[in-house]
Ligand binder design. Sequence first.
Ligand SMILES: *Cc1c(COP(=O)(O)O)cnc(C)c1O
Length: 354
Amino acid sequence: MKKHNFSAGPCVLPQEVLQKASQAVLDLDHSGLSLIEISHRSKAFVDIMEKARALALELLGLEGKGYKALFLQGGASTQFLMVALNLLEKRAGYLNTGTWANKAINEAKIYDDIYEVASSKEANYNYIPKGYDIPEEYDYFHCTSNNTIFGTQIKAFPDSPIPMVCDMSSDIFSRTLDFSKFGIIYAGAQKNMGPAGTTLVVVKEDILGKVSRKIPSMMDYKKHIGSGSMFNTPPVFAVYTSMLTLEWLKNLGGIAAIEEENEKKARLIYSEIDLNPLFKGFAVKEDRSIMNATFTLENENLKETFETMLKEAGINGLNGHRSVGGYRASMYNALSLDSVKVLVEVMSELESKA
Ligand SMILES: *Cc1c(COP(=O)(O)O)cnc(C)c1O
């Protein structure tokens, strides 16, 4: 039986995408060849790459606005340093909202000075700082749209006077935003798009080429743009599967349609967390993530019963990250409302048993 998969990443993908991807590994479009044994320079694969790049821009509403989409390797973690290498000349401003933001800051510090415009560290990152200034003399401003570990999410982005760079690894394609506010958006595929192994990077071309340092080829956005995201052998399976997920999303009605579903799922879980006296939400209400709901069980004595009930209901991946403890329900695009209903039933059943 298929489990209800609340895993934080890698995580649930649409069943039809898994089926099509498996089929393509055996035989790509009746070609008699596997997706993973054809040349990445073949027309079949170049078409797949181009389709994936075009779909990403189309879904984000960024076609014809000077942006390029790239499918790179090295995970979002490589973007932490690539952003700095390509944009950091003197100083950059970073918003510190948790573990991933810190990792981005630490990588950028290798190259130059970093200024933390604001931080919620003193509260173990249970909220999103607001009302900070972004100095216009800096090279760029970096933020993390959704803090996967702490379950907080930026609801209103600042009007940045300098290019705004955003790590959207755990909420890309989940909600409508004015994506043209951003200079660079990046996201590891393994949370809302596909398998681990590729990272989507959407770059506004005119912000590049302004640093004086030499950039190693594999780290240079311009080189990747110039070679059509094929500077070297791309991760063909991850790109193909991501393309299938983007196609799935487009057929559903795009980001606006999935956003409605995501909001229903989030409302359902948060109302249970708020109404059920056994549970307590971690993030402050106004900054709660619609992707990752973090909460704790107030009565430790019920832990074993709760976890047995979760297991019996076929619920997978609910354990919280060690820096928060408790539980985390990750409700990415492909997780159904029904799965959230099953979880909420278990939570309310626990209350009736307690
Ligand atoms: C998971 C995650 C990452 C790390 O991605 P990798 O692809 O493993 O490097 C970075 N940022 C955020 C917000 C994440 O959720």
